[in-house]
Design a binder for this molecule. Structure first.
Ligand code: F0G
Length: 373
């Protein structure tokens, strides 16, 4: 008799509740054969990965009914961003090598993830963030997980230089995406997409900040393809915010700015690798305005019920932009990675939405607002 394990609802530290098989043990155990070797006893996991791939129910009808749009909702990782896939690998390796502390520079999500995984591992974490330019949810995460949080009077690029130097000189492991284990973990998102669809999509769209994730996804698709999975390779489409678009402009941006603070980066560490992913796949990297990012952000929340942070919504803004120039053909399958949960950045959600209506405390007044009296 075949025993099929019953699914179990698992929640806890997740941004929402998702369905997980009871034997799910995180991305390292699931995709071990494609990842650097690590002993079971050193694995630090909070059961990251296994995030839903959600098919568009409404937005594709508004944009282009001939195109299949899927959202890879990475906001449903344990710390509510894709960083957890890389962090489980990087912190597990750090622990296996005897490291007692990690350090990172961050626009917010890396710091949240590093802090959580370091807490789980029982080691110290130090995070450098740009003062005043980090969403409230992310800051609260780094603080509550017990990191030493340092707000730098400078931007992400400057903070990363300091973090790299310290990690080079002292016994502290750097867990930014320049740590090769980060990209190894993050490539597993491509595996999940191919496993779920049964094939690789035609296009894969991602926000580009420090440019690690687009590199990781491309590595994932190519490694899987070589292993006979996916059937083809997708074209990688990356998007940067107009005020922080060094790859698009082909020069460093000294003072990057954008409402999408997660990708407020002027000198990406994986710049050349992202360009290689773009060119090898036959894709492109383009810039999108803050206005279009925020429109897409509201559109996703109000039309699909999916709440992501502004940086993540740049993928939809980019898709809309490309569609306006008749970029897609009928039947194309597009996967958009929604990199972080919307609750990370409640400030922007409130800013782009209508204010709540103040109503006297009686039924008649409520009915009047409802248009029923
Ligand atoms: N989306 C979100 C929500 C991010 O937090 C980041 C990067 C990106 C996209 C871009 O990914 O850097 O691999 O190109 N956040 C980093 C951080 C820089 O510090 O949290 P990337």
């Amino acid at each position: 008799m075949k025993v099929i394990p019953l699914p179990l609802w698992v929640g806890g530290g997740r941004g929402g509740f998702i369905l997980i098989a009871p034997n799910y043990k995180g991305i390292i155990k699931r995709y071990r054969e494609f990842l650097p070797e690590i002993d079971d006893k050193h694995i630090i996991t909070i059961l990251e990965g296994n995030t839903p791939l959600i098919k568009s129910r409404n937005i594709h009808k508004i944009i282009n009914p001939g195109v299949d749009i899927y959202f890879k909702y990475e906001g449903l990782n344990p710390t509510c961003s894709f960083k957890d896939r890389g962090m489980t690998m990087a912190v597990s390796k750090a622990v296996s090598e005897g490291s007692k502390a990690v350090i990172c520079a961050s626009t917010g999500n890396t710091s949240a993830s590093a802090s959580a995984y370091a807490a789980r591992a029982g080691i110290k974490s130090f995070v450098l963030i740009p003062e005043g330019k980090i969403a409230a949810g992310k800051l609260s995460q780094a603080l509550v997980h017990g990191s030493i949080v340092m707000q730098i009077r400078g931007n992400f690029d400057e903070a990363l230089v300091i973090a790299r130097e310290i990690a080079g000189d002292y016994d502290v492991t750097l867990v930014n995406s320049v740590n090769p284990y980060r990209l190894e973990g993050q490539k597993t998102a491509s595996f999940e997409i191919v496993d779920e669809l049964g094939f690789a999509p035609d296009y894969h769209m991602l926000p580009v900040g420090n440019a690690g994730n687009i590199t990781a996804y491309w590595n994932g698709y190519t490694e899987y393809f070589k292993a006979g999975k996916g059937g083809k390779l997708p074209k990688m489409l990356g998007f940067q915010a107009e005020g922080s678009a060094p790859i698009v402009l082909n020069h460093i941006v000294k003072e990057p700015h954008t409402v999408a603070t997660a990708i407020r980066i002027g000198n990406p560490a994986s710049w050349q690798k992202a360009v290689a992913a773009r060119d090898e796949s036959g894709g492109l990297i383009e810039a999108v305005s803050d206005e279009d990012i925020l429109k897409a952000y509201s559109m996703l929340a109000s039309n699909e019920g999916i709440f992501c942070e502004p940086a993540s919504a740049i993928t939809l803004a980019g898709l809309i932009k490309l569609n306006e120039r008749a970029f897609f053909k009928k039947g194309d399958v597009c996967v958009l990675t929604l990199t972080g949960h919307g609750l990370k950045d409640p400030g922007n959600a409130i800013k782009v939405s209508k204010e709540p209506i103040i109503v006297p405390c009686d039924k008649h007044s409520v009915l009047k607002v409802m248009g029923l009296a």
